[in-house]
Design a protein around this ligand. Structure first.
Ligand SMILES: Cc1ncc(COP(=O)(O)O)c(C=O)c1O
Length: 417
């Protein structure tokens, strides 16, 4: 099909049958139709190549179509793609064991699902059942998915309000304020749910010692600590799991995104033996998922863990993250439009000094062949989350291109003022 025909047909279909507002938003940003992905790049209908510095919000840590993951998935496809659910699934057992080996100590068990929201949903249910308590302490600006449970614990009114009444018993405290959290945690509290770095909240990094303080507050009151590593997990911040930066052991840890190796969707909720005994001890079918733990997803997960270790992607995230952070901070000093650059490893946020600038910068980036996006709960912040396999040359190009996009947006804003 002619490229322009493909684009207008797809935009028309989105407008008529998917989501008209989203179609407008994506068209404004200049996004086309994706037709191919390879490594750190994807291509649109015109054959234009883009450096993917969003990486599917953290999904493409291994890049697009990593050969080892594709090969493992193809092999599984030819044998048995989905689990029949009555027999044991060896890939599921294997992945659960491998995850237990790399996760922080004590997280020995895994429940598999298909997305980050499902992984958080299970985490909240497990915490309530394991403690027999109802109250959930979450943080302002947090993001834990858009299912009823995940949304109830998500710290942004805009997304919660239209669906109220939500799950009761959730209280929100400011992110990064361990004293406020300690005051909120009491003998009724089932769990605290928290991201180590708030991704959708605008790549917000809490003060050093925050996670440890939360761990101690939970221990004092018998509440469970859920560390949501859906976005930060599997090497993204320069550690296998971001909670390792403070040597904190969660009781429950939701994962998703990068675990599928950028090839098959998967969600996972890890937990301690104690939690598992209390949740599944009486009824092993108390929480289930038809597609969760399917053989294809688990084969992808196993290959993804291999690649992360074999290619030293944790070290790479640290090195490339440092390089990009330095370059972007230098850029920030030269441009008033940029208020702050922050993050850890290859989870980087650039905050602008005024609202609505993010969209303009993104359009400028797309024009130059680079993809990034703003964070869902904080549109002032553009997130840079490239594959961990990004090369030094690609990282330098990305920073330079970002500066050009900021400079042109600055000129545009000046003419409009
Ligand atoms: C920390 C965190 N938790 C949960 C989710 C929800 O994941 P999903 O979109 O796969 O449902 C996200 C998604 O961005 C996330 O960043």
């Amino acid at each position: 099909m002619d490229p322009q025909e493909l684009l207008s047909k797809t935009v028309g279909q989105y407008t008529g049958h998917v989501n008209p507002g989203l179609a407008r938003l994506m068209s404004f940003a200049g996004f086309g139709v994706e037709v191919k992905g390879e490594g750190c790049y994807l291509w649109d209908q015109d054959g234009r190549r883009y450096l993917d510095c969003l990486g599917g919000y953290g999904v493409f840590s291994l890049g697009h179509r990593h050969s080892k993951v594709v090969e493992a998935v193809k092999k599984q496809l030819d044998a048995m793609p989905l689990s029949g659910k009555t027999f044991f699934c060896s890939a599921q057992g294997e992945l659960a064991e491998r995850l237990a080996r790399v996760a922080p100590g004590g997280l020995e068990y895994t429940f598999f699902s298909n997305s980050g929201a499902e992984a958080c949903e299970a985490a909240l249910k497990f915490a309530r059942m394991a403690t027999g308590r109802v109250k959930i302490v979450s943080t302002e600006g947090s993001y834990h998915g858009k299912t009823m449970g995940g949304l109830s614990a998500t710290g942004r009114e805009k997304y919660r309000k239209p669906f109220e009444p939500l799950v009761p018993g959730v209280v929100f405290v400011p992110f990064g304020d361990s004293e406020a959290a300690s005051h909120a945690i009491d003998k009724e509290t089932a769990c605290v749910i928290v991201e180590v770095i708030q991704g959708e909240g605008g790549v917000r990094v809490p003060p050093v010692g925050y996670m440890r303080a939360l761990r101690e507050a939970c221990d004092r009151s018998g509440a469970l600590l859920i560390v949501d590593e859906v976005q930060t997990g599997l090497g993204r911040t320069g550690a296998m799991f971001a909670c390792e930066h403070e040597a904190v052991r969660p009781d429950i840890m939701p994962l998703a995104k990068a675990l599928g190796g950028g090839v098959v969707p998967i969600g996972a909720t890890m937990g301690t033996k104690d939690v598992w005994d209390k949740v599944f001890g009486v009824n092993p079918l108390i929480h289930t998922s038809t597609f969760g733990g399917n053989s294809l997803a688990c084969a992808a997960g196993l290959a993804a863990l291999d690649v992360i270790q074999e290619e030293g992607l944790i070290e790479r995230a640290k090195k490339m993250g440092g390089l990009m952070m330095t370059a972007l901070k230098e850029m920030a000093c030269k441009h008033d439009l940029v208020a702050e650059v922050r993050g850890r490893g290859l989870l980087i946020g650039v905050e602008f000094a005024i609202d609505e600038v993010g969209e303009l910068v993104i359009a400028q980036l797309v024009k130059r062949g680079m993809i990034a996006a703003y964070t869902l709960n904080n549109p002032r912040v553009i997130r840079i989350e490239p594959p961990l396999v990004i090369s030094e040359k690609q990282a330098e190009w990305a920073c330079q291109t970002f500066e050009e996009a900021v400079a042109e947006t600055e000129e545009l804003v000046a003419t409009l003022a």
